[in-house]
Write a protein that binds this ligand. Structure first.
Ligand SMILES: C[S@@+](CC[C@H](N)C(=O)[O-])C[C@H]1O[C@@H](n2cnc3c(N)ncnc32)[C@H](O)[C@@H]1O
Length: 309
């Protein structure tokens, strides 16, 4: 089975790669699909740095691309990109890609614990070598209120309190160790659409376990300094929480002068740091969605770092 089918490849490469001799980073290398497409656009002097926090993805990308002298592959999270860049001397990037969320392989592999459809350990860590808590530990150690908060905030689930109560009731009888245990606890609340509810609860836990929104915030912050003037940032989000964070964070960086209208001459001196590329976010074409259902929710936003004079 294919590791992962990358989405909006043409749109990403066209929007991201302006200089075939530049340095690019694919911060979510996954199965290497976008990395390969970027490499095809680069010339002999170009360089691609492929990064993923998942060791399995890193091994797959190394096997596919390591023979290409233009490529370096690293394991690391968004929060570690700044340190990685200074260690490897990666200043002045021409472009960076963040294709957020998890890969099809991660979902399809029951051992990873991301899917409510298959039975497996309740893990959900993207980096399984990390000392961070698994979803099972997270569920065991969080209060009912914390569980309800996370399911509300990251799952946008209206029955979050009932679900958190059911999880806590269940864990008093026996710890929730598997995805099946969690599925059964959620099913006890008899939601109208069980699969949709399960998808929201699993998404919420996954976001919490991997601190996905904190990581995304770190990624956007570090790109302000790592990108060269004129460098491009491409972010593909798959749910509104991620997309909203990107839109709001970048809107702040797109803002120039913030002086009140009554001040005749600007005194704040603030200049925009980024500009949007294209007027609106892009969505996958109907043809692509027909071939790859994962593309349906994808939203691509592109930004360019502004040259300072
Ligand atoms: C949607 S997949 C990317 C697929 C990839 N573009 C391709 O063409 O195969 C997302 C990948 O990003 C990785 N990832 C998610 N959050 C990350 C983070 N904070 N730091 C590093 N990698 C992350 C996941 O492990 C996963 O492999």
């Amino acid at each position: 089975m294919e590791y992962h089918v990358p989405v909006m490849v043409e749109e990403v490469v066209a929007g991201l790669v302006a200089d075939p001799g530049g340095i690019y980073i694919d911060a979510t290398a996954g199965g290497g699909g976008h990395s390969m497409a970027i490499l095809q656009r680069l010339g002999p002097a170009g360089r691609l740095v492929a990064v993923d926090r998942d060791w399995e993805a890193v091994a797959v990308v190394r096997a596919k691309l390591a023979e290409d002298v233009r490529v370096s592959v690293y394991q690391g999270s968004f929060a570690e990109l700044g340190a990685l860049a200074s260690r490897e001397g990666l200043g002045s990037l021409c472009g960076a890609l963040f294709d957020l969320g998890i890969s099809s392989h991660q979902i399809d592999e029951p051992e990873r614990g991301f899917s409510y459809r298959e039975d497996g350990p309740l893990d959900m860590r993207m980096d399984t070598a990390a000392t961070s808590r698994t979803a099972a530990e997270w569920v065991a150690e969080s209060s009912e209120r914390e569980l309800a908060d996370v399911i509300t905030r990251y799952g946008e689930e209206r029955q979050a309190r009932r679900i958190a109560r059911a999880i806590c009731r269940q864990r008093q009888i026996e710890p929730l160790r598997t995805t099946g245990d969690l599925r059964r606890a959620v099913a006890q609340t008899r939601p109208q659409m069980l699969n949709k509810t399960l998808a929201r609860v699993f998404q919420a836990l996954r976001i919490a376990v991997n601190d996905e929104l904190g990581q995304l915030h770190d990624a956007l912050q570090v790109m302000q300094s790592l990108l060269a003037p004129g460098g491009r940032l491409a972010v593909i989000a798959y749910h509104s929480l991620e997309d909203r964070l990107v839109k709001r964070y970048m809107a702040e960086l797109e803002r120039g002068c913030i002086c009140p209208p009554r001040v005749p001459v600007c005194v704040c001196g603030r200049r925009p740091l980024f500009r949007k590329v294209g007027r609106k976010a892009q969505k996958a074409s109907g043809v692509e969605v027909g071939q790859n259902s994962r593309a349906r929710s994808a939203v691509l936003r592109l930004y360019e770092k502004i040259e300072v004079d």
